[in-house]
Write a protein that binds this ligand. Sequence first.
Ligand code: ADP
Ligand code: MG
Length: 292
Amino acid sequence: GTPTALMVGSGMGAEKGILIRNGEAVQTFKDVDLIAFDKTGTITKGKPEVTDIIASKGFEDKEVIYYAATIEKASEHSLAHAIIERAKDNSISLGEVQEFEAITGRGVEGTVDGAWIYVGNRKFMEEKGITFEEVEEKLITLEEEAKTAMLIAKDKELLGVIAVADPIKEDSQKAIQKLESMGIKTAMITGDNQRTAKAIGKKVGISHVISEVLPDGKVDEVKRLQKEYNIVAMVGDGINDAPALKQANIGIAIGTGTDVAIEAADVTLVRGELSSIITAVNLSRLTFKKIK
Ligand code: ADP
Ligand code: MG
């Protein structure tokens, strides 16, 4: 019974763009109660683009881009890439970075032309004692549009705001709705702020949104969900998703994501399409009905 069924299940999966590393996962899929999704690169394409630049009074857009893009040269974050691309598009040549530090879940800081530059979220600015009340309303508007807004400061003075939008993958909404209709609960776990996360959650039909989670906090969130829902699958693409993928009853990696995530996962969605998960659940339900 079981070994043959597993082989059949795995073989069929490969054909449909699902790579199975751990055969047990094929069996577990039929019993999954909740699927938790990472946001960036999993539900969204992971290719954010700059949509808005708001310079503070006395500054120009190109100064905001220049300082933000220069300091972000030293970062690997997808938000950094978006800002650097914008500088290229606007033909703004970048300066030199001297000091540099990336603070997880917060932003980046360092020196450009001898000035201290900070790019990051509210928490980061609060920790640095940089005030931004004058843009708070604008931040809220941007976040309600599902954009991620970053604050840029120079020597503790606010230079402005840069917002990015990360397009949602074509099939995310359909896949999530289908899973819900199959009786599987869905959740989103992200490091992004609550308002942006909720706006994206609303677009794709995920009501259970867990936001502002630090990279090493994702595994604790999965543990918490396992207590509440029992069998939990986690889908992610990033290095920082790996521990959560290991913790979940089924770890699902996005094939277009990092090797670290793929190695930590039981299953890989080769094409990175969330709808492949439905195939996996159906495959499991069918396969294990047959041998009972
Ligand atoms: P995620 O990848 O889910 O957005 P992260 O933990 O990487 O989560 O980032 C959380 C937040 O920290 C981002 O939404 C952003 O506000 C801030 N942040 C992280 N890295 C950077 C960066 N290089 N530049 C600007 N902001 C950043
Ligand atoms: Mg991600």
